[in-house]
Design a protein around this ligand. Structure first.
Ligand code: URA
Length: 243
């Protein structure tokens, strides 16, 4: 198969974006830069390719990290509002890719997109308790050690009109008078906002930094979609007992 076609089909970008990667020397075969996007690749060649120095992923499924921008719904299509599906290039639109879990409209940061249903299920299932790490900007009195203890003991949310909900222990790190980091091992709807609301604070900025072993690369721009490297996927599959 032509190299540019293989990269485009594997989710690296459109054919013209892929050609640009070759021009910039980001693709190597057996350690040597490949500059011709039209070169024909054998199966063996493909297993020896690297992109930005990382072995490429050999899988029938597609896996991405999106740095979700503010003002996007976590949905593939929507009639009224911008949604993360709008950020996928055309060549990925009919590959049955969907987001894993949900970030609120204004929440930014790491969102996994894939067409691997089993991986999606395990990442969101409490059974594999994958950590989700959020940077939270909040309004109200500075959080204290009291809330650190409350969150770590596994608090119970008691909200008007709802049954009390017992949460799993969560790790709260105090960073400044209006900034904290919160690590959860479950993903209940609006969980961070509800936990902060239960302490009388309100969330004014929310950014997801990590899910399990996948960390958002600080160089990944908002709205940018990056394919997982072979190494990242390997670690992820192992952590979910899929390998
Ligand atoms: N918790 C929230 O309240 N919102 C999110 O988007 C993610 C976690």
């Amino acid at each position: 198969m032509r190299a540019d076609k293989w990269f485009a089909n594997s989710g690296f970008g459109s054919r013209s974006e892929v050609k640009e990667f070759f021009r910039k020397g980001r693709v190597c075969l057996n350690g040597k830069t490949l500059s011709d996007p039209g070169i024909s690749l054998s199966e063996e060649d493909i297993s020896n390719l690297t992109f930005d120095g990382q072995p490429v992923l050999l899988s029938s499924h597609l896996y991405f990290i999106l740095n979700k921008p503010d003002g996007y719904l976590t949905a593939m299509t929507d009639d009224r509002l911008p949604c993360v599906g709008d950020l996928l290039p055309g060549n990925l639109k009919n590959k049955k890719i969907s987001p894993v879990g949900r970030l609120d409209y204004h929440t930014t940061g790491l969102l996994i997109l894939t067409n691997d249903g089993e991986l999606s299920h395990r990442l969101t299932s409490p059974r594999w308790h994958q950590e989700k790490v959020y940077l939270v900007t909040y309004k109200g009195e500075p959080l204290t050690e009291k809330e650190v203890r409350l969150f770590s003991s596994g608090m119970t949310l008691t909200e008007d009109g709802h049954k009390p909900e017992k949460l799993k222990p969560a790790v709260l790190s105090l960073l400044s008078d209006s900034l904290c980091r919160l690590t959860l091992t479950e993903g209940k709807t609006h969980q961070v906002k509800r936990m902060l609301a239960a302490t009388g604070r309100s969330v004014i900025g929310l950014h997801r930094e990590r899910i399990g072993c996948l960390k958002l690369d600080p160089n990944q721009k908002e709205g940018e979609l990056l394919a997982l490297s072979g190494q990242q996927l390997d670690l992820l599959l192992k952590s979910l007992e899929m390998k």
